[in-house]
Design a protein around this ligand. Structure first.
Ligand code: HEC
Ligand code: HEC
Length: 347
């Protein structure tokens, strides 16, 4: 399908649009060869694209530059990629994120991989979209610590940025354009086509024997798929699995946003794709390895008033635990990992 001419793709898109599929999604995925429906990694669903921010090659390229550009931080030392680094699973390999001047927050940097599929962003879901999320870290004093006005000013003084914003949005750089371009780039940071996807598509040899045993456990008695469900291994929902609940002053998580008492200590179910690359784990980075994660679930999480009912003591022997780790480690790692390199930045 990759060799289809653009016009043929357009015709097909038109046809499908008239049938039933949401045109907004189709209209945007076909553009400029980025995230073409035909190019979608095996196993993934079409990327949801907001109507007012269609994907174009120029916009994605601009967003990628912004994502890697340290000039969007107060002292030119931190970019999005500092905390969401491609070589570290689009996270930062540390328990907490480190921003300008070594400032640290209380939560770990989640992977950006497949974040396009989340219905809300952040561990507690307080941002409704990638666009809404994107400006936060620039201005956040413990992240990039640069006011948005200053960021806009800096970009418009760089000729190469000014002209790209003009080309893509028909205006100089402004907050809306910055957010849209970064979000468009993030929607290309995808991982699919893992051994699990090939297995599901019919290639029963794609998983090793150990990974196949682990897969059965994952979807069976280990109960992982109760929450890590669907193509992106996330139900897009919030659960208290006990992490951090034994701390003196636990992070309350989702309840602060939803105001629903039952969401106390609940956090968003993260994707498990490429998970072997982004240790340490959980919203507070408290678990160092996938083995520790499996132990956490095996003992039924950490008891507290709000523990999710899907958490309970699991009957897993040592072999089961190893197999489970093998499944998520090998089965969900793609040979087409989005190993993006920093692009050339405009002067
Ligand atoms: C200093 C480290 C740091 C920098 C710099 C940073 N982030 Fe983050 N990012 C985090 C942390 C920590 C969180 C989680 C915060 C929370 O959930 O409360 C996060 C969350 C996110 C999420 C939500 C993912 C999810 O699973 O919900 C996205 C998307 C994201 N960041 C993108 C960006 C972009 C784009 C930039 C640059 C404009 C950026 N980040 C800069 C640390 C950082
Ligand atoms: C009740 C829902 C639920 C079940 C069941 C569940 N998870 Fe999770 N999982 C979550 C949530 C929510 C988080 C994030 C929790 C936090 O950070 O406080 C998480 C986090 C993780 C992480 C860390 C991801 C990261 O990016 O840090 C891994 C790995 C993981 N789960 C694997 C599993 C495995 C393996 C199983 C089965 C043994 C399982 N999960 C069962 C909801 C669930």
């Amino acid at each position: 399908m990759k060799n289809f001419s653009n016009s043929l793709v357009t015709v097909i898109r038109e046809l499908l649009c008239h049938v039933s599929l949401p045109c907004a999604i189709l209209a945007s995925v076909g553009l400029a060869g980025q995230v073409m429906a035909d190019d979608l990694p095996l196993g993934l669903k079409p990327v949801p694209i907001p109507k007012d921010n269609p994907q174009t090659a120029e916009k994605i390229a601009l967003g990628k530059q912004l994502y890697f550009d340290k000039r969007l931080s107060k002292d030119n030392t931190v970019s999005c990629a500092s905390c969401h680094a491609p070589e570290k699973g689009f996270s930062n390999g540390e328990r907490f994120a480190t921003g300008v001047g070594g400032a640290k927050g209380g939560r770990s940097a989640p992977s950006v991989i497949n974040s396009a599929y989340y219905r809300q962003q952040f561990w507690d879901g307080r941002a409704a979209s990638l666009e809404e999320q994107a400006l936060g870290p620039i201005a956040n004093p413990i992240e990039m610590a640069l006011s948005i006005e200053d960021a806009v000013g800096r970009l418009n003084r760089i000729a190469g940025y000014k002209s790209q914003f003009q080309k893509v949005f028909g205006t100089d750089a402004n907050p809306d354009g910055i957010a849209k371009a970064i979000a468009a780039y993030e929607r290309t940071v995808l991982s699919g086509n893992a051994p699990y996807d090939k297995y599901k598509a019919g290639d029963k040899s794609a998983l090793s024997e150990a990974a196949e045993r682990g897969r059965k456990l994952f979807f069976g008695k280990a109960n992982c798929a109760a929450c890590h469900a669907g193509a992106n291994f996330s139900d897009n929902s919030y659960h208290n699995i006990g992490i951090g609940m034994d701390a003196k002053d636990p992070d309350k998580g989702r309840v602060v946003v939803s105001k629903l008492g039952g969401d106390t200590g609940a956090f968003k179910t993260p994707t498990l794709r490429e998970i072997a690359r982004s240790a340490p784990y959980m919203h507070d980075g408290s678990l160092k390895t996938l083995e520790e994660v499996v132990e956490h679930y095996a003992k039924g999480g950490i008891a507290n008033e709000w523990l999710d009912e899907e958490l309970f003591k699991l009957r897993l022997n040592d072999q089961d635990k190893t197999d489970l780790v093998t499944f998520i480690k090998e089965g969900l790692a793609s040979p087409d990992y989005p190993d993006h390199k920093a692009p050339k930045l405009p002067e």
